[in-house]
Design a protein around this ligand. Structure first.
Ligand code: GLC
Length: 801
């Protein structure tokens, strides 16, 4: 019998000196005396990949995270050799590899400053139990370094001094500092000496990050299996690090339909049909805009996916159609657990086709979820994903459901230790068979991907809308997400704010929280404050569990309803602004929410700010996170800002008190911004947009703004049928010039802009459009500094006396 002898545990092992080196275009291979291989791939001037194999033999190079659309190419690649080092130089980076031990130091090529330095560097322990290695990396963390990213961690925005685990976990009523929770995004950003870099550790095993927690000057990360395989992404701007990470792991494959940026109402559960219709009617009666209603698990027949409870919903097609006629899209939940029931065709088919996950020795992976005992499709099998995507035909194509909500896909299993599959469950992993240790963190992602594929197929020519709870890096390509089962407390409002910001800086912008809290019941005040925050999150949905009372905009008192309506209306007015920022995210990887550190990393005051964030390019918001507040202190970033409520001008770079009674929250607009607005609609598409309002915030100096529009759904924009307006504002003491550069083939339905000028320091004396003087009555100039001009101008010149 083998016992746990010293022979089995050799402790930390390290690479020895380099004995050979080979270059193959942009891939450099180093082999050490003890057989360790390091492969460095130069993907871009600012992106290097490091991959280690302790046996010198690499496994199949496969990743669910990296997109095939990732940009590649560099301007410069030179390899030099000195007595002690190999030196890789690109246009942005210099990477030195120590010949004696494979340790790396990375410098900014522009000024030779040290960005990243291995401490122990790569090392490993052999894993006797599972084979392979526990792979580890440690780096020196200089004084003053801050850390950000890592997905949905419900902790202070700056991760310094903390340790984290990555293992997607169903975390009902998690709290501040609970770790891990629903998502695994093993990507972090380090910032020191005003320069930011990122590390993406693309390893799906249970992994860990330590940000100068165990040792003050050391940052490390490790995983319980797989390869040490990570990408080093240089900025120096944090926003570029995030954009490059997003480029690598994928931008959303298409824009969401515009309605998906509207307000969504959800509950566990709205049933029967009459209840759903009552909710819909109430929104319209109270004139509270809403675009989507959700059906939680109780719409199904005994929680069997892809079925309907015919008593509660006798004619789903008719209901969905009538809701749609009234402007509501129906979104339904689909979980991964398939009820064991020989009379249930989905179960039968998956069984016949051998699509369910199995334990190591052959039995099916059986686990309890809502329907009782279930088997679970292996979504890491491409054939299973294809089958799963086809199951949506009836729901989407025939019944007309417009969105799908994937839940419990960690995968969650009830009443078992660890709340998920045991480690020995087998997975296909796209032809790289493995155990659950490796597939766990991507299971939910692959389910969401299969769902997305189904939606894409059957919703065509409309765009898909999916939402998932579990995610691994790259999931943002397919779906939106929410932050799971939170609680109706003020602390959770703080957490929701952090999570949305953190997800955005982790490449996943289309995220929101269960507004008001999922568990327990909010007070009207908490609900109001949460709606105010949610109105500025990319995904905007109220959701709550059924057993704690009602949570609709009218469930509190009339004042609450009025304020909630007002904020949902602001959201609908800002739709073209939010849509533009989504387009920037999908096009460039620019995060839709910018934490202050991401907005202005050179200002050290921002490094520990948690509450304030910038939405898109120009709107700064800060939620009120305490009861009975009349306002709050907040940090306003450097520059000049307009108070959204009264146009008062503030100069940032300091903490300030901002009034915000219950009907307001602190909102500021950056001076020089041009903010596009639509009229309030009860749902997207209710009105034809016959004029675009542009709120113009005067500034002395220059500022750029963008407005992206298209048909709000469909794929024509990919063929060039979009309208992209770039505005260049130039303000002088006595003049304001707006230049417009337009591209794209989409013809917007409106012909004019209504321009509302804010903070104009002079009285308008003359207006020129494309160098021709315009008569005041023609442009309808009035005392509130509004004017109406053709949407086709190239230069609008407003001159004061
Ligand atoms: C999970 C989800 C929640 C859903 C519930 C019932 O708790 O996180 O959003 O309402 O399951 O389906």
């Amino acid at each position: 019998m083998i016992t746990n002898t010293e022979l089995e545990y050799k402790g930390n092992l390290f690479p020895a000196q380099i004995t050979s080196y080979q270059k193959n275009v942009d891939v450099l291979n180093f082999i050490t005396k003890n057989g360790v291989a390091l492969q460095v791939t130069v993907l871009r001037d600012s992106v290097l990949r490091f991959r280690y194999a302790t046996t010198g033999i690499f496994g199949n190079d496969f990743s669910y995270a990296i997109t095939k659309y990732a940009s590649r190419g560099y301007n410069k690649l030179e390899i030099d050799e000195t007595d002690d080092h190999y030196i890789i130089t690109t246009a942005k980076l210099i990477c030195k590899i120590d010949k004696t031990n494979l340790k790396k130091t990375i410098y900014d090529a522009a000024d030779n400053t040290l960005i990243s330095e291995d401490e122990l560097g790569f090392h490993w322990e052999e894993s006797y139990q599972y084979g392979g290695d526990i792979v580890k990396m440690s780096k020196i963390s200089p004084d003053g370094e801050s850390f950000y990213g890592l997905g949905d961690k419900p902790v202070h925005i700056n991760l310094k001094g903390k340790r984290f685990e990555n293992w997607v976990t169903d975390s009902y009523a998690y709290g501040k500092d609970t770790d891990p929770i629903y998502k695994t995004i093993p990507f972090y950003i380090g910032l020191h000496h005003k320069k930011a870099y990122g590390i993406f550790f693309d390893n799906t095993f249970r992994s860990f990050f330590d940000f100068a927690h165990e040792r003050r000057h050391v940052t490390s990360f490790w995983a319980q299996g797989g390869e040490m395989n990570y990408y080093f992404i240089y900025g120096p701007q944090m926003s570029d690090v995030v954009a490059n990470y997003t480029d690598l792991t994928g931008k959303p494959h298409q824009l969401p339909p515009l309605w998906a940026l509207g307000y969504h109402q959800c509950k566990w559960s709205y049933y029967p049909e009459s209840k759903v219709r009552d909710i819909a009617a109430k929104f319209r009666e109270l004139q509270i805009p809403c675009d989507a209603l959700y059906l939680d698990i109780d719409y199904m027949d005994g929680f069997r996916c892809f079925t309907w409870d015919n008593e509660r919903f006798p004619d789903p097609k008719k209901m969905v159609k009538e809701l749609e006629d009234d402007g509501f899209k129906t979104v339904v939940i689909i979980d991964p657990g398939i009820k064991i029931d020989m009379n249930y065709d989905v179960f039968k088919e998956a069984l016949d086709k051998d699509y369910f996950c199995k334990r190591a020795d052959g039995p099916y992976m059986k686990g309890k979820v809502w329907p009782g005992e279930c088997y679970f499709p292996d979504f890491t099998n491409p054939e299973v994903r294809e089958w799963w995507s086809d199951l949506y035909k009836e729901l989407i194509e025939d019944i007309g459901v417009r969105g799908v909500w994937n839940d419990m896909n960690e995968p969650a299993v009830m009443e078992v230790p660890g709340k998920t599959f045991p480690d020995d469950v087998r997975h296909n992993y796209d032809g790289n068979p493995c155990s659950h240790r490796k597939a766990h963190n991507v299971y939910g992602m692959q389910m969401a991907r299969a769902t997305y594929q189904g939606l894409k197929k059957f919703a065509y020519p409309k765009r898909p809308f999916a939402i998932t709870r579990a995610a691994y890096s790259g999931t943002q390509r397919y779906t939106s997400s929410w932050t799971g089962d939170n609680v109706a407390t003020w602390e959770h409002l703080w957490i929701a704010n952090i999570q949305a910001q953190r997800m955005a800086m982790s490449g996943f912008s289309f995220v929101g929280s269960d507004i008001g809290g999922f568990a327990e019941q909010p007070t009207g005040e908490l609900y109001t404050r949460w709606i105010q925050l949610g109105a500025f999150h990319p995904f905007f949905r109220t959701h709550s569990s059924g057993d704690h009372g009602d949570q609709e905009p009218w469930s509190f008192d009339e004042d609450v309803t009025d304020i909630v309506r007002k904020f949902i209306e602001i959201r609908y007015q800002l739709l073209p602004y939010l849509y533009t920022s989504f387009w920037q995210y999908a096009d460039e990887g620019t995060p839709m929410l910018k934490s202050l550190v991401l907005y202005d990393q050179d200002d050290p005051h921002t490094h520990f700010r948690t509450d304030e964030f910038v939405v898109g390019d120009h709107i700064l918001v800060c939620p009120i996170q305490e009861p009975n507040a009349k306002g709050r202190r907040m940090y306003i970033p450097r520059g000049k800002w307009y108070n959204f409520w009264n146009d008062e001008i503030t100069h940032g770079g300091k903490e300030q008190w901002v009034d915000a009674d219950i009907d307001k929250m602190p909102i500021f607009i950056k001076a020089g911004a041009i903010i596009p607005k639509y009229p309030v609609q009860q749902y997207v598409g209710e009105k034809e947009i016959d004029q675009l309002t542009l709120d113009v915030f005067y500034k002395e100096g220059k500022e750029n703004s963008t407005v992206f529009e298209d048909a709000h759904d469909g794929y024509d924009y990919i063929k060039g049928r979009y309208s992209l307006r770039n505005f260049k504002l130039t303000g002088k003491p006595n003049e304001l010039i707006i230049q417009q550069y337009k591209s794209g083939k989409y013809i917007t339905p409106y012909n004019t802009f209504k321009i509302e000028l804010h903070g104009l320091p002079f009285k308008i004396f003359k207006i020129q459009i494309d160098n021709e003087e315009a008569l005041f009555e023609d442009v309808r100039v009035n005392g509130d500094n509004t004017l109406v001009v053709t949407k086709d101008f190239t230069e609008l010149h407003i001159i004061g006396k």
